[in-house]
Design a protein around this ligand. Structure first.
Ligand code: NAD
Length: 398
């Protein structure tokens, strides 16, 4: 199939964030361009206008489209003809800036791929979700763990009933890099993540707890009913949580837990999920992403490997693979799978076709807003001695 058939060209995009010394912007750039379906043509790469322009050469962005701010970028792109201007904006900036940048992009009619957590608070997230509906743009949130082939396989296994009724979910994201107060040494990524004016109401739970929560929701499709949460600050003097556990009563009577830590010695990016159904149980860890264990009582444990050519691979896995089995695929490819699913919708939109806005393969603005609701209720519950608080649904995925 030709690249972006029906559009017959690459999608053009701009990156906000990703300037020199930053982390995830580079991953967005690589992931979006991995399959040759999109091309980075513009950017407002840093909060510092000079650094923004100085960083553009690292990405091959032409000088005239290296903007000093996202406001300049949106105005500059709107001034170009439709055949030159960007199709979408990727946002890889700290949490407190997501809303203003995403709102400006959506109101200008651009599609958006935004990093998580969606916004600084729930009110912003809800406003953004309604703007996205109103302007009918494609809006993806890079909960990138949903892009792993075996995570996609697991989701289809749940949907097809292979695991039976889902009764329990244990999701966790365990890191150790904030055991000491790196933020005091000026470590940039630590500094804004532990600052309540930049990170939001939660620290660790907003940064990585939302990933674990989203993964459980993505695979299981089971709706939450109520949450009880305890958040802790273990590094003395820190202002936001660096550890926590949430217990979720699910609408179907099941029970889920989300544990997130940034203070566990030696742990890196240990995102793990176990899902128990009446007919079988699965477990998956992102540090060994090409392997998933499927267990059924009375049968030998099965290790599913990422293998698009194996008869056990379902279409969801096959469509998420690029290489034959045994060649490791991981973070970049999973990130790219979120992008490529959003691209399909962007092409439908550009071709004037209807496109799905809620029950999408890629995490969308409503999943992002649900993540913000999860954060707010966890913080509120923790402040009230882990009291049970309701989880609302809106347009949440099933
Ligand atoms: P970072 O501090 O390394 O980089 C942030 C970049 O944004 C910097 O270049 C900074 O100058 C720029 N920036 C800040 N305000 C800006 C503005 N108004 N306009 C333009 N540029 C601006 O941060 P990071 O670790 O890359 O995190 C960025 C975002 O990505 C956060 O929301 C974080 O939660 C998320 N993140 C997601 C993942 C994931 O796996 N999906 C991983 C890491 C970070």
């Amino acid at each position: 199939m030709a690249i972006n058939e029906s559009l017959n060209r690459k999608l053009r995009f701009a990156l906000v964030g990703g300037g020199q010394g930053s982390f995830i912007g580079r991953v967005h750039s690589i992931a979006a361009q991995l399959d040759g379906r999109a091309e980075l043509v513009a950017g407002a790469l840093s909060s510092d206008p000079q650094r923004a322009k100085d960083s553009a050469g690292d990405y091959g962005i032409a000088e005239e489209r290296a903007y000093g701010s996202y406001q300049e970028m949106i105005a500059g792109e709107l001034a170009l003809s439709e055949s030159e201007r960007i199709d979408f904006v990727s946002i890889a900036t700290p949490n407190h800036t997501h809303f203003e940048i995403a709102k400006a992009a959506v109101e200008a009619g651009f599609n958006v791929v935004c990093d998580k957590p969606l916004t600084f608070d729930l009110a912003q997230a809800e406003e953004l979700a309604s703007l996205v509906e109103q302007h009918k743009v494609v809006f993806a949130v890079t909960h990138n763990y949903t892009g792993y082939p075996l995570v996609r396989q697991a989701r289809e296994m749940v949907q097809s009933g292979e695991l039976g009724e889902i009764q329990a979910i244990r999701a966790s994201y365990i890191q150790g890099w904030l055991r000491s107060r790196l933020e005091e040494d000026g470590q940039k990524q630590a500094a804004w993540r532990t600052d309540p004016t930049k990170s939001g109401a939660a620290g660790c739970f907003g940064d990585i707890g939302t990933h674990a929560y989203n993964l459980g929701r993505f695979i299981s499709g089971v709706l939450p009913d109520e949450v009880s949460c305890t958040l802790k600050i273990f590094a003395e003097g820190r202002l936001l949580d660096d550890y926590g556990t949430a217990v979720i009563r699910m609408e179907n009577g099941g029970l889920a837990t989300v544990t997130a830590s940034q203070i566990t010695h030696g742990r890196e990016n240990d995102v793990a999920i176990e899902i128990d159904g009446t007919e079988g149980a699965i477990s998956w860890r992102q540090e060994e992403p090409n392997k998933m264990i499927v267990r059924k009582n009375g049968e030998p444990h099965k290790i599913y490997t990422r293998d698009p050519n194996h008869p056990i691979a379902n279409d969801s896995q096959i469509n998420a693979c690029r290489l034959p089995s045994g060649h490791p695929e991981a973070f970049f490819e999973a990130f790219a799978n979120v992008y490529t699913a959003a691209f399909d919708a962007m092409i439908q939109r550009a071709s004037g076709e209807d496109f799905e806005m809620t029950n999408t393969v890629y995490p969308n603005v409503h999943d992002g807003a649900e993540g913000m609701h999860f954060i707010e209720q966890c913080v509120a519950s923790s402040a009230q001695n882990a009291t049970w608080l309701p989880m609302k649904h809106g347009l949440a995925r099933r």
